[in-house]
Each structure stands twice: as C-alpha cells, then as structure tokens.
Design a binder for this molecule. Sequence first.
Ligand code: PGA
Length: 259
Amino acid sequence: MEIIILPTPADVARTAADAIEDQVRRGPCVLGLATGSTPLGTYRQLIERHRSGGLSFAQAQAFLLDEYVGLPGSHAQSYHSVIRDEFTASVDFGPGAVHGLDGMAADPESEAERYEARISAAGGVDIQILGIGTDGHVGFNEPMSSLGSRTRIKTLTRQTREDNARFFGDPAEVPEHVLTQGLGTIREARHLLLLAMGEAKAEAIAAAVEGPVAARCPASALQLHPHVSVLVDEAAASRLEHRDYYMDTFGRKPAWQGL
Ligand code: PGA
C-alpha cells in the first residue's frame, strides 16, 4: 500500500480527483464509486473539472459499491439517489452507464449475482474509490466479513447504523440490511483509492494499514492488493506508527510515477 499523508481534506479530494481524471482522460474506463461523506469533495472537484476543464465522462461507466435493502431507488437516502444528486447527474455519463444494486429486489441473492456478472461484462473496475467505516468496513463489509466475500446481503452493525443516522430524520429509519460488493469483489478492481479524513477514522486507518490482515478489520484485506493508494489527511493519519517513513517516501516519489 502507498500511504499518502496530505495536509487537509481538500488536498485529499484534489489528489483523488487527479487520479480519476487521469484514468478518465486515458479513454473508456470503469469507475467504482462510493457514497458517504468522504468522497464528496472528490466528486465536487470532478464536477468542477467537467464544467470548466472539459473533463468528459461520456466514455466511462460506473458501478456503486453498495445499497440499502428496503429503500426504493427514489428514496433520498438510497445510494442510487445519493450518487445521482452528489455526482453523476452533474456530469455527462451516458444513459445506463451508472450501475447500482437494487435494494428492492425480491431476490437479493440473484440481484447480487446479476451485479457481479455486470461488473465482469464491463471488463472489471479500473479505479475504485473507497471510504472506511469507523469499524474498519469498506463498502458495507462489516467486521468478520470473509476476506474473499462476493456481492451479497449483510446486516449492519449498531455502530454503522449510528454513524449513518445523521443522514436520516429518525435513527430508527436507517435500514438494517444492505447489499454490498464483497471484499473479494473489491480486490479485483485494478487500482484502489482508499480515502479517509478526520480523527474519527485514525484508528481504523492504523488497523487497516499497519495491523494484521484480519477479518476484524475488513479494510486490512486491501493489504493483499497490488495497487492501493491510501490518501489521508493529517488527522486520519495521526495513529500511524510509520508516519515519517510515508512522508519521506512520498516526498521523494518521482513525478513521472503518478499514483
Ligand atoms: P463516511 O462513511 O464517508 O460517511 O465517513 C465511510 C464508510 O462508511 O465507508
């Protein structure tokens, strides 16, 4: 994993947007999109680059990481709506280019299989944006998820439901179940961008990056991936033991290398 510690959340957003812009400008590609607060700054950057920098998503496809079970796509907090409102409707993806899981599917297991098949048919994900939960989840792979898991239904932990209650009027409205790409699915994306900002994520980032690979911290499974860029602000990096080494190596990284 390459750990990149940046001064502020705005620097994290800009650096992540640079990597995505680079991918998109190279030609047709498949983006993996995450929801939650973490990638919002990155999406704002990309919208701005679309509006004023001619960045076009017309040749790109996108796949969402996860979705709440029981919320129709029209619900304001369904990830289908959130990604449209925060990002995709403000740029120029083609019709049908943004794919998500159907949280209202009568048969969630078939829905999960169908989703995996669609990702494969698109050629796999080129670059995947990831946030991290305070409990170390990525996507909605809660602690003790199989490190080889595929897209499936999961039950949210109490912690995650509390963390996400801020998006709902009443905490009791946070769904209990979700459909999520598995850790095995996520690890097939060619380049992973794991983003984290703020002190609340510091412990999860330290466990993910410097802890053992263990199901109790699902993000630690990313250590097995050959190309992960971990972009963190100073606060999210505050529990990293090898901070100086990461700063030193990034400071001396050749400019041609990119992320
Ligand atoms: P957040 O969530 O970006 O809203 O902090 C991250 C996550 O739960 O994966």
